[in-house]
Design a protein. Structure first.
Length: 261
């Protein structure tokens, strides 16, 4: 999610994540670095650094560049859903996506995935993709040590993979866009493409359904990756906005896909 409002949500999930912080020392061996870049612009299209080897997955190399493009090309749209899963809102979001035949990318918080494995499995069963959104949604990730960043990313990867029944996240989205060269390299080495956004729907602030819809309509020309939330608070406005936005995007000639890998 965007940095605005993020610290409150971080505070609520941080207590649940205390039990995993001891893993930081064990993961501090990850030392790969990319070149310097202002990562706070992650939502605005910044990309920098070399390609990572992808050695953590045994698959094709994954770029350390922050992804924004869609695998559906110039008229593609990537719907991304952050901060869940949540037992109240994730099922409703899944239903709206199903009704519209849309596949999305769910950026899950590790503690949320651990608490609701049934919902993680439901997301996977419906054909959506998973994204690592760290253990505790700390929007100050970029001010913390490499050991802390490793713990947040790698523990969340394990939590999400276990909750899903073995399906690994394919992307990593830093809370609030707080990427660092180190975190991008680490994620890519695990086969997770760093994931940004082009359109922040502002749904996290609950400005009203009409305002969320207007933001997406006005800003979709900025690029294909749209940010919504299914947790971190009451999300009825998000659900209502998706019901209108998804058919509208189809009417405008857009197709729905996944972020490039």
């Amino acid at each position: 999610m965007a940095r605005h409002g993020g610290r409150g949500w971080h505070g609520r999930v941080l207590a649940a994540a205390v039990g995993v912080t001891a893993m930081a020392a064990a993961t501090s061996v990850w030392t790969a670095q990319a070149g310097p870049v202002d990562e706070r612009q992650a939502g605005a299209g910044v990309s920098a650094g070399p390609s990572a080897p992808g050695s953590g997955t045994g698959g094709a190399p994954v770029s350390v560049d922050i992804a924004h493009a869609s695998d559906q090309g110039a008229r593609g749209v990537n719907i991304t859903i952050d901060d869940g899963p949540d037992p109240a809102w994730t099922p409703q979001v899944l239903e709206v996506l199903r009704e519209n035949g849309v596949k999305a990318t769910f950026c899950m918080v590790g503690t949320q995935a651990q608490a609701h494995p049934d919902l993680v499995k439901a997301v996977v069963a419906a054909g959506h993709r998973l994204c690592d959104h760290t253990v505790s949604h700390d929007t100050t990730m970029d001010t913390n040590s490499h050991a802390y960043q490793s713990q947040q990313i790698l523990d969340a990867e394990r939590m999400i993979t276990k909750a899903s029944g073995g399906v690994r996240p394919l992307y990593y989205r830093a809370p609030g866009g707080a990427f660092t060269p180190y975190s991008r390299q680490l994620a890519a080495s695990r086969g997770m493409r760093p994931l940004g956004w082009n359109v922040d729907s502002k749904d996290f602030e609950r400005p009203g359904t009409d305002a969320i819809i207007a933001t997406v309509k006005n800003e979709i020309s900025n690029g294909p990756t749209v940010l919504f939330h299914d947790a971190g608070g009451e999300r009825s406005q998000t659900v209502a906005a998706l019901r209108e936005v998804l058919p509208w995007l189809k009417q405008q000639g857009y197709s729905f896909g996944f972020p490039v890998r």
